[in-house]
Design a protein around this ligand. Sequence first.
Ligand SMILES: [Zn+2]
Length: 400
Amino acid sequence: MLRQNDRNKRISAYHSIREAWTNHEESSAAILNAINGWRLENNSLRSKKRDLHYLDISCHQSHINRETLNSLMGTTYENRSVGQRALKAMAKGMKVDKLGPWDILAPAPMMAGEGKVYGLKESIDLISEAFSRLTPQMGDFAQMMYKKNWIDSRPSEFRSPGAYCTGFTNIREPRVFMTFDGSIGNVLTLAHEIGHAYHNWVMRDMPVVSTYYAMTTAETASIFGETLVRDYLFENCKTDKDKFEITWQDAESAAAMLCNIPARFEFEKQMVEKRKEANIPASELKSMMNDSWKLWYEDSLSEYDDMYWASKLHFSISSIGFYNYPYLFGYLFSLGIYAEKDNHGDNFNELYTNILRDTGSMNAVDLIKKHLNKNIEEKAFWQGSLDIVEKAVSRFEGLV
Ligand SMILES: [Zn+2]
């Protein structure tokens, strides 16, 4: 409901969601306190020789190191104004003074019935075309997913919105599940999931044990798929209005990655630190969330969502902490790889495939050193990707 076109409905959906979570804030706070208290206790029992830092554990799970995480977050903070500019331009496009937290998932503002609705087959053809520009194999793969009925998207009243990709150990075949309503955002989500599926597909001959990649590199193949489709769509736009609709997606992603994801990271860090000392009441979780949004969004929103710690369910996934920065990592990492496309010409697909194949057996630092001779521990790598985001935001500003 937060993704619908009608702003008044979004506003009332937002307030209703907030109210519902506020009614359950004590239970929600208890859940976060229990999970994080347990994790900290667990960490303290894992070593008698030294303190295990919760971020070291997260980096280990993500197949990166602290230097990489620090330079990723540090460079993004220096470039946060790019995400904020995207939000300000979106506000202008929506003809409002400032966006509220109810607007950050909104589709491009259109007159009723103006947004194009894509059929599933039509979306597959489009994705296949876009993927084929990198390599025909990747385009054929998208078609095969469709022909073999490996994409479950049949509408049903029992489906909730969302999408994911999964696979089998035996047989080595991927599957995509998604709820498909034909919006442009949906087409990109489908490209995202087929990107994941392709990652699994190029590893299908390898021993299963060498194919367990971390969340950071998992989100690389998927966002790479999205980027291919986004670029293709933009280049095939006939009018400025079409371009506006496509670049709206660029702006929304930039704001999500450069402001929202880091605010989640900041909040979680504060929460874990505080949890070391005491149980955290709901009121304090609210002020922490408020401060975290303020740090990253600054004046680009009219207010901050201080109940986000309850409504964003990522914080209460018990199996893994810091379910946030891997998205930012995957976004900038895949843009960094994408930027290499023209430098490698016809060999790029082989290079890309080899990168994907090594994701299960190498950490991301060595992976990029080996294949691209670049150092992701250094800010320069991330700045290169952020410059690409800046260009996309400028393009959107121009169209607004
Ligand atoms: Zn994904």
